[in-house]
Design a protein around this ligand. Sequence first.
Ligand code: NI
Length: 136
Amino acid sequence: MKHLNLVRFGVSLESGLLQEFDRIIKEKRYPNRSKALSDLIRQHITEKAWNENRKVFGVITMVYDHHRRMLVNKLLKIQHDFHDSVISSQHLHIRHDACLEIIAVKGRGGHIKELFDELKSQKGVLHAAFTESVSA
Ligand code: NI
């Protein structure tokens, strides 16, 4: 048998959450919590890798403060940095001081997430959302 390098660690959980977990463990006939937890962790890691690598199409919408110094330039620069992922963008002046921008994007999930995080973290961006329309 392959030698496994096992490490023990402590986990603190809300009792209700642990009860629910134990119920699922029983239902799925896991021999113990460790086996169930390692399966969950492995599944999470696989899912993450998959999400980062798969191609997505979607739309980023954001509302931002037009008067914030240099913000418009910064948002444009970020989009240029990700020019291979940006299909088109539409700018709507919704109020005197606020703009709505709709950006159609395509690319690897991880890359689109980077673009989205970069845009939404700029000071003066009041709201940002990513909606996936289809995955290719
Ligand atoms: Ni505007």
